[in-house]
Design a protein around this ligand. Sequence first.
Ligand SMILES: *Cc1c(COP(=O)(O)O)cnc(C)c1O
Length: 434
Amino acid sequence: MDRPPSVDELARSLPNCDLPHAVLVEVARSAIKDGTHDRFPALVEQRRLRLLGPVINATGVLLHTNMGRAPLAHQTEAQYSNLELDLTTGQRGSRQRAVGELLATAAGAPAAMVVNNCAGAVMLALAAVAAGGPVAVSRGELVEIGGAFRVPDVMAWSGAQLVEVGTTNRTRLNDYRAAVEQHGAVAVLKVHQSNYRIVGFTEETTVQALASLDVPVIADIGSGLVDASCPWLEGKPPVWLEGEPAARQTLKAGADLITFSGDKLFGGPQAGIIAGRSDLVQRCQRHPLTRALRPGGLVLSALQETALAYLNRDGARIPFWQMASIRLADLEQRATQILSLATAEASARGLRPPTMELSTTEAVPGGGTLPTVTIESRGIRLLGNHVDALRQRTIPIIARVEDGGTVLDVRTITPHSDEYVAAALGTLGDEASP
Ligand SMILES: *Cc1c(COP(=O)(O)O)cnc(C)c1O
């Protein structure tokens, strides 16, 4: 028999394939392991068919479970999708599979699954892993995040019993160990203090240290930073990310499961992701809560798009990262352009243009993440308070008041809206404007 090709060689053997290289590598690796590398193109095609995409429903079944029930109209024509249809076999498939696999690859996890939000992910992970048993949590991490995500409450609803360990400012490995050995804790939950910071005389136990305990470690990292090294960005990770826990590194440090939101730093739709050990993810998938928390096809297909962008190292296709990484020079140029278009608009309407200028601003990540962080930015500053007039436009423009002036930060304005914003600024003060 011929010597098998290298994984890399095999993965690169289909130059016209539109799947991300990381996925091709996975298929190649398992094909070589199974001795099926001579069927590589067919295996790749099978993998491609698992992706969500439009299908024509010719069954006459109007609400077909395997095709996402009612056809979906979302900024495109109505379409069915292969939500729960396995296109290789024609049988019922799993809505979790395709996106779960992509997310797992992106995060460097053996397995992953999706629920409706991170609160659901934490609840499900606790319910499935602890099954009503005691779970150790640091007193410094019994936090409230966002609208009413309170760790003690989520824990109670999961059926797990809360075993508080340590103190508000300091919790050591021995505190956790005592919870396991003396209170029979069957798991440890570590929660990232997303929206506040404890400073001063503090000590927390790392995931790496917790991994030395004999029970599963569940780490709720919250924001969904996929990889601390941000390979989807050109250049180095932004300094403002420092200290933010990342999926890949948290798993590498020894977390058995991690949970995070789809719509924070991950930059996708509202969703909750559970990633980590295959047996534990499977336990979550089999839990009855999974059905109650399962995401719809719209969310899954939007998540798939985001996951593919990560795997293709294409941060420009993830709006959050695109906005987060625009260079100051580009923002300055856009702000200048908006100013001159606004002036032109005003004079075309026979108005005196409002007093406005290019301004240095500070953007923030927001969304309950990185509470102390600001990102240097550029914007436009107008004399006087115009926030109500701007908010009442056909497409509302939300600006803020600062020192009696009105500030518009260009970083968060989608570039295709620049002209609309300029026109709005040019008509400010015009009572007759729509
Ligand atoms: C934001 C956040 C949550 C809640 O996430 P949702 O997706 O809004 O439910 C839970 N845990 C942490 C650590 C968070 O940062």
